[in-house]
Ligand binder design. Structure first.
Ligand SMILES: *[C@@H]1O[C@H](CO)[C@@H](O)[C@H](O)[C@H]1NC(C)=O
Ligand SMILES: *[C@@H]1O[C@H](CO)[C@@H](O)[C@H](O)[C@H]1NC(C)=O
Ligand SMILES: *[C@@H]1O[C@H](CO)[C@@H](O)[C@H](O)[C@H]1NC(C)=O
Length: 255
């Protein structure tokens, strides 16, 4: 039976050799960039920033947003970069001051957003793909009372609009009456969508005005909702504490 006992260690060693050859083993390897983690318990629903990241008024993406001020290639002891970023690009959050000048003046900036709204149980729902998010569409989703956070996955995800650097005004979003229906008939306080504006292009202003009026609803836009199943999750979103800013990049995960 000696031979049989030997087999397992030999197989284990063979697997180890294969695994060691493909897994990163030293600091010269490229870093791993994950969208989901072991067992699928964390889904990163944030788009990464690149020069091709789309933004509302930018025809060709945000362009160069990092500047290396000090570089090891130039004899510095360290690398040190500066960030210049449009705040309503990629996955981002809107504060009430984005569409209300009086709220802006009163200081309702991203640093005033309630982290309890941005973190907690959330519903990821699929919106019918043939319409914008009208009152009728919102009604048809049957969002239960008590649900405070909803992420709306739309045709924008299927069309991979967030991966296109050109701003595309044909994206799907809320109409004014869709926004109003949600405000009047549900308890939703966190509204997440999968392109740069919660309001469809023709309703961008009116839908934002409806949502932001009470200062109680937080809008997260440009979420990466590919490859996640619809259902109930725990969402965790953290904006930067930018005092005086009406928007911020935001990191969001689903667990
Ligand atoms: C430092 O910056 C250089 C570019 O000058 C880059 O090639 C290098 O990867 C950077 N090093 C680190 C540790 O980030
Ligand atoms: C490195 O130094 C050269 C010459 O001063 C300069 O032109 C270049 O911009 C520097 N690059 C970085 C990344 O600091
Ligand atoms: C949604 O509305 C925009 C204009 O605001 C339009 O371009 C787009 O085609 C509409 N999408 C659908 C699916 O109806």
């Amino acid at each position: 039976m000696k031979v049989r006992e030997m087999r397992i260690p030999v197989i284990a060693l063979a697997i180890c050799i294969l695994a060691c050859a493909v897994s990163p083993s030293n600091s010269n390897d490229a870093p791993l960039r994950k969208e989901a983690y072991e067992g699928g318990e964390i889904h990163d629903i944030t788009h990464s920033f690149t020069p091709n990241t789309p933004a509302g008024t930018y025809p060709n993406g945000i362009g160069k947003f990092l500047t290396l001020l000090r570089s090891m290639k130039n004899g510095s002891d360290f690398n040190f970069s500066e960030l210049k970023l449009p705040l309503h690009a990629g996955t981002h959050v809107d504060a009430p001051g984005h569409y209300y000048d009086n709220y802006f003046d009163q200081g309702f900036d991203v640093d005033s957003l309630d982290l309890r709204v941005l973190n907690g149980p959330a519903l990821l729902v699929d919106v019918p793909r043939d319409k914008n998010i009208t009152a009728q569409v919102v009604k048809s989703l049957h969002i239960p009372k008590g649900v405070k956070r909803v992420l709306f996955r739309t045709l924008n995800t299927d069309r991979r609009l967030m991966y296109k650097k050109e701003f595309d005004s044909s994206f799907v979003g809320f109409t004014e009456d869709g926004a109003q229906w949600l405000v009047d008939n549900t308890d939703v306080k966190l509204v997440g969508t999968d392109y740069l504006s919660v309001g469809a292009f023709d309703y961008a202003t009116t839908a934002h005005l409806v949502f932001l009026k009470s200062k109680e609803i937080i809008l997260v836009e440009g979420l990466k909702l590919d490859d996640v199943q619809a259902g109930i999750y725990s969402v965790h979103c953290l904006p930067l504490r930018l005092v005086g800013s009406e928007g911020s990049p935001i990191r969001c995960i689903l667990m």
